[in-house]
Design a protein around this ligand. Sequence first.
Ligand SMILES: Nc1ncnc2c1ncn2[C@@H]1O[C@H](COP(=O)(O)OP(=O)(O)OP(=O)(O)O)[C@@H](O)[C@H]1O
Ligand SMILES: [Mg+2]
Length: 349
Amino acid sequence: MTEDNNCKNLVYVSDDIVNVGIGVVIDVQNIYKYFGDLKVLNGISCAIKKGEKVAIIGPSGSGKSTLLRCMNLLEEPTYGEVWLDASIMTPVDPYLHKSILVTSNTYKKCMVEEIKTMLGKDEKEKLGYDDAVKLVDENTLEQLSDKIMTQIKSGDKLKKHEGTEFAKAVKAYNVRYGGNINKARQRVGMVFQHFNLFNNLTILQNMILSPVQLKLKSKEEATQKALKLLERIGLLDKKDEYPSKLSGGQKQRVAIARALVMDPEVMLFDEPTSALDPEMVGEVLSLIKDLADEGMTMVIVTHEMGFAREVANRVLFLDGGNIVEENTPEELFGNPQNERLKDFLSKVL
Ligand SMILES: Nc1ncnc2c1ncn2[C@@H]1O[C@H](COP(=O)(O)OP(=O)(O)OP(=O)(O)O)[C@@H](O)[C@H]1O
Ligand SMILES: [Mg+2]
């Protein structure tokens, strides 16, 4: 990894999670994602509130799908945390928590070195952490502490093992906030560009597979719900057909209905219309719009700027793994500030 690749945002989060009560459903905290040496997400933070419709736009390769996959926990971020309601779904990122960082051996060692240098002590003199911190006043200690934490964080200096106190602090955090990743996944519905229906199963079988396998619903319950949803999308007569007999637009509507059988709290859409023939885009967008109007919380990666403008409360523009601009659709499309966004819009609008 290069120096630049190692550099992390100096973001810390509060030790007490405040999401509950302010209606945040998915909270993405400073996530980075590397594939090998390739940095795809570069310190992204965003909170999705209940009922919000967030559109994500940006050039190809900017990290839109990766961000969505991290929100759905299909991908684990390299650094940073993803929260669902009041539960942490990723491993704890010690770099985000001052209270954890200060328990690391690396921090303590750096602190002792700093204090020795400050007091002009011989490098070789043995001095334990607890004794060292007693030699300076509180203000100085705080300043040194900030400096050291910044160094550790920006240099990615934590080691694999940082001592028992550190391990205990991480564990305590996990015990307090750790969520059940499988349960969480069920609460986040995802719809992909290429439908991902099982071709060897009928439409109805596709729809009830997950809820029944995961024992979320009995077969009867799931079937009832699936039939209702098929009726709603006008495809009840196709329930015993195989996906190959359906048009692209129909397949995508089934894929959306399939996600809805699980009663998700949030729906994530990754370019749900970009594999469709133009004449089928409308029927899929209209279904998504209906869900939005009913109050479903959703995040949509889309190239359909008109749709983003119409449906979203908020639009995020991603470029190079960063949220470069974020605003209401009126402002973002009508009055873009960032040059890269202006350039992007000039090509797609
Ligand atoms: N599993 C993976 N392994 C290696 N590289 C990956 C992987 N997934 C994505 N990438 C790379 O990460 C970068 C971002 O990919 P991502 O799919 O998130 O972009 P995107 O914004 O969704 O693009 P598009 O608009 O084309 O769908 C790309 O360079 C891609 O090649
Ligand atoms: Mg993509």
